[in-house]
Write a protein that binds this ligand. Structure first.
Ligand code: S3P
Length: 446
């Protein structure tokens, strides 16, 4: 498969404070789901604020290959003419999900209960990621999967003709696994029931309701039990995608660590199952204000106003991991600049992201003069209470969420920070470099 050429980037210390209003791109999780639910609904769904990152464009391509019409309107909105549940057509070619685990795993759920044959692949990062976490539970509905060793892509899928509803307790906190089971349940009769021992992002549940499905959520300790009434008639709906809190995290931490900065981030999603980073940074003494709290498209949003200030170390409990799972690398950068030793607990799931993000985060810090340890599944960062040394070359392992934190670190470091490849930033945050440079950063080709 063709892989694009690497794009090395270097980030030098910002010449002055960051001052800007930065509109971060649309939420990646909600963007994938809006295209998928739009394709499964009857009628025309209109989406505004869709993330046009490469991951989401892969989902758009897959939905087209399954027979939905997906078009980008001249006014920037997207239109999806859906096929209805059960109405998808067999894709004529391999579905290439690029770098996107969310696209691949959620699509497995949809395909499991449609009587179609499909083959799915992805880039070298995605082909290394575990898929059994979805194919094992989905097999119980009658679907058949054949994969490479260890359940890795490429994967051949024979969807069930008469799918059975699933009852599943998700063994690891994963919104992708939960969502895959719920999506399979859409084309099975009766009740699909998913139990999660720890609550994870609930965008699928919210959007299912928004499209007219009957979903019940019961709180059970720290977790939830979700039941879905199968074979609903999903009705096309309008979706407003909020700014991605996981993308907002990068300019936000940049503003916290570059002296004198003040940055405004309008319309950022504030779903409580996504805001663990903001809670943690507030505990560290960060100056973050939320203005204009409101609800848009069924999701809470607000404008964040972030100012530079001193940060202190914190102990991040493992229970918080699901609500900030993608934010640990950038939190580690903030922790490197904070006074004292920060411990982040329970990061096992970071090992199976776009890279082994636990090891990659530790290497990012260590290569730039920060003292760091991994103890079991915990990451321990010894902060200096000021700017890190920098000067390192960070290996990004095809992982956007290693590249961006490294570049943010460079904005405050003594010496420039280089990344071996910034190309994967486009999977989730197209325009990142230009936006940051517009705010006062100095990021360029290395
Ligand atoms: C996502 C769930 C999380 C997250 C990913 C997006 C989703 O993955 O890391 O970026 O949209 O459901 P897991 O389900 O593997 O925790």
């Amino acid at each position: 498969m063709h892989e694009a050429a690497a794009q090395p980037l270097v980030s030098r210390r910002a010449a002055g404070p960051l001052r800007a209003t930065i509109q971060v791109p649309g939420d990646k999780s909600i963007s994938h789901r809006s295209l998928m639910f739009g394709a499964l609904a009857v009628g025309e769904t209109r989406i505004s604020g869709l993330l046009t990152g490469e991951d989401v464009l892969r989902t758009a391509g897959a939905m087209r290959a399954l027979g939905a019409e997906v078009t980008h309107n001249p006014d920037g909105t997207w239109r999806v003419a859906g096929r209805g549940i059960g109405g998808l057509v067999e894709p004529a070619d391999v579905l290439d999900m690029g770098n996107s685990g969310t696209a691949a795993r959620l699509l497995c759920g949809i395909l499991a209960s449609h009587p179609l044959f499909a083959v799915m692949t992805g880039d070298a990062s995605l082909r290394g990621r575990p898929m059994r976490r979805v194919t094992d539970p989905l097999s119980a509905c009658g679907a058949r999967f054949a994969s490479r060793e260890g359940g890795r892509l490429p994967l051949a899928i024979e969807g069930a003709r008469d799918a059975l509803p699933l009852e599943y307790r998700v063994p690891v906190p994963s919104a992708q696994v939960k969502s895959a089971v719920l999506l399979a349940g859409l084309n099975a009769p009766g009740i699909t029931r998913v139990e999660e021992p720890e609550a994870t992002r609930d965008h699928s549940e919210n959007m299912l309701r928004h499209f007219g499905a009957t979903v019940h959520v019961e709180v059970a300790g720290a977790g939830r039990i979700i039941t879905l009434q199968g074979q609903p008639e999903l009705r096309a709906a309008n979706v407003v995608v909020p700014g991605d809190p996981s993308s907002a995290a990068f300019p936000l931490v940049a503003a916290l660590i570059v002296p004198g900065s003040r940055v405004v981030l309008p319309a950022v999603g504030l779903n409580p199952l996504r805001t663990g980073l903001f809670a943690t940074l507030l505990e560290m003494g960060a100056d973050i204000m939320v203005e204009n709290r409101r609800t848009e498209g069924g999701e809470p949003v607000g404008d964040l106003v972030v100012s530079h200030g001193e940060l202190r170390a914190v102990d991040v409990p493992w229970q918080r991991a699901p609500s900030m799972i993608d934010e640990y690398p950038i939190l580690a950068v903030a922790a490197a600049c904070a006074a004292g030793t920060t411990r982040m607990r329970g990061l096992k799931e970071l090992r199976v992201k776009e890279s082994d993000r636990l090891a990659a985060t530790a290497a990012l810090l260590a290569g730039n003069g920060v003292r760091v340890e991994i103890e079991g599944d915990d990451l321990i960062v010894h902060g200096s209470g000021g700017p890190p040394a920098g000067g390192g070359m960070v290996v990004t392992h095809m992982d956007h969420r290693i590249a961006m934190p490294a570049l943010v670190m460079g904005m405050a470091s003594g010496q420039p920070v280089t990344v071996d490849d910034g190309a994967f930033i486009a999977t989730s945050f197209p325009g990142f470099t230009a936006l940051m440079n517009g705010a006062g950063a100095a990021i360029g080709a290395a």
